[in-house]
Design a protein around this ligand. Structure first.
Ligand SMILES: NC(=O)C1=CN([C@@H]2O[C@H](COP(=O)(O)OP(=O)(O)OC[C@H]3O[C@@H](n4cnc5c(N)ncnc54)[C@H](O)[C@@H]3O)[C@@H](O)[C@H]2O)C=CC1
Ligand SMILES: O=C(O)CCC(=O)C(=O)O
Length: 411
């Protein structure tokens, strides 16, 4: 691998929230030794200070990278979300700053699906309250209210990677699966789609939520939806805290309209393990509360650490944006024998001509060029034969082009 316009040992990488050691291992193996690690999430002034001189930042679900925070990170050129969800980052703002965001779309899918299945069984058997009683020294053996999951109807909201895994596992245990998604989805096994969320709520014995945090899913399960569920049906939320109105859920649990719930995610979550936590769901019968651990298995975290680090390394070393969630995707070949200029710009008329003018006016040959644009941003990668003397001068000329957001060169 060739050199970069910023030497690798000066590329500062900040990893927050206890990202798995595999990430540091991959980064150092690739020559990135300037890595700073923090155990918890960081916010406010401390986050701004940390990010001020970072070129790369790696987070999990708790660090909020808002437009304001990103505006203080002049040098930042890519972000790694070491998780599936990317709602904690202002993706649009990052794109307009020329910062691709990468995540790990499948590495913890199975972990979430397994936890959800386990919880469904425990809720149907009313294990949370039985366990609490035995811990308190009370022996109350009864079959009343306890059921097998075989034959029960599981309603899955959001039939994506996790929802469809839950579907397969649930069918293997004899459940009937119905699902609702806003996109058409291939039904796996004998699962059947529902036309609407209301239809699903009306038929499911247990509802499991697997949608991302978006404006559409905000409070998608509130008082009215809880009323539409079958009396005594169960609810599992391992998606995002914003999807369920927890006060309404607490009331529905108290009056028995909802027969039990497993909740892994909350509207407001502590940013680290030492912070106190409170929720209206605490202390209610047949309720499992977990501290956002759906994806927290050693297997998932190890895979995520390696996967996201590889994506960051590939972008930093080579410019490829494959796997970026907010950015045009460009797969690039290696850059042997060439100097690679990466130019990210606002999608305005004439930018490509101006970029090419910088090279042609210096008599430089473009050995390969790759361009992708969306409505707002263009990404043009130009491979110039050899190592032009004036790499920095060319970069400055590219930076001076109207509409330029960010320029890097790799050689
Ligand atoms: N508890 C935990 O530790 C974890 C939680 N998650 C959460 O789970 C979510 C889902 O993950 P994946 O299945 O990998 O995502 P995915 O993107 O594969 O699937 C999400 C599905 O939801 C559907 N959807 C979006 N809006 C909808 C709406 N309004 N109504 C119905 N369907 C809608 C999409 O079309 C898609 O099929 C993530 O976005 C993340 O927030 C993910 C991993 C771990
Ligand atoms: O444990 C984590 O890092 C967050 C898991 C999660 O919610 C996700 O992957 O979206």
């Amino acid at each position: 691998m060739g050199r970069l316009s910023v030497p690798k040992d000066r590329i500062r990488i900040v990893l927050l929230e206890g990202v798995h050691a595999n990430a540091v291992r991959s980064l150092t193996h690739a020559g990135y030794h300037n890595v700073v690690e923090h155990k918890g999430a960081v916010e406010g002034e401390a986050l701004r200070r940390l990010i001020a001189d970072a070129h790369v930042i790696g987070i999990r679900s708790q660090t909020r990278l808002t437009a304001d925070v990103l505006a203080t990170a002049e040098r930042l050129f890519c972000i790694g979300c070491f998780c599936i969800g990317t709602n904690q980052v202002d993706l649009a703002a990052a794109k307009l700053r020329g910062v691709p965001v990468f995540n790990a779309p499948y590495s913890n899918t199975r972990s979430v699906a397994e936890l959800v299945l386990g919880e469904i069984i425990l809720l149907f058997r009313r294990v949370p309250e039985k366990s609490a009683l035995v811990h308190a020294g009370i022996w109350r053996k009864t079959a009343s209210g306890a059921h097998e999951i075989r034959g029960r109807v599981l309603g899955i909201v959001g039939y994506g990677h996790i929802g469809s895994q839950v579907s397969v596992l649930a069918e293997a245990l004899g459940m009937q699966v119905r699902y609702f998604d806003i996109e058409p989805k291939l039904a796996l096994g004998n699962a059947k789609p529902c036309e609407s969320l209301d239809e699903l709520l009306g038929v499911a014995d247990v509802v499991s939520l697997h949608v991302p945090a978006t404006a559409l899913t905000r409070n998608m399960i509130a008082a009215a939806e809880l009323q539409r569920m079958r009396p005594g049906a169960l609810l599992v939320n391992a998606s995002r805290g914003s999807v369920v109105e927890v006060q309404a859920l607490a009331e529905a649990l108290r009056c028995g309209q909802v027969g039990g719930a497993a909740v892994d995610v909350f509207p407001s979550e502590p940013s680290g393990n030492d912070e106190a936590f409170s929720s209206p769901l605490q202390g209610l019968a047949n309720v499992i509360l977990t501290p956002h651990v759906g994806g927290s298995t050693e297997e998932a975290q190890a895979n995520i650490g390696a996967e996201v680090a590889e994506k960051l390394i590939r972008y930093s070393d080579n410019g490829s944006t494959i796997g970026a969630v907010n950015f045009v995707e460009v797969a690039l070949p290696g850059q042997t024998g060439v100097t690679r200029f990466l130019h990210i710009h606002r999608n305005l008329p004439g930018v490509l001509m101006a970029v090419n003018g910088v090279f042609s006016s210096r008599g430089l040959n473009i050995a390969g060029q790759y361009l992708r644009t969306d409505a707002e941003v263009g990404y043009v990668v130009s491979d110039i034969d050899g190592e032009p003397e004036e790499g920095v001068g060319i970069r400055r000329a590219l930076e001076a082009i109207d509409g330029t957001i960010r320029v890097r060169f790799l050689y």
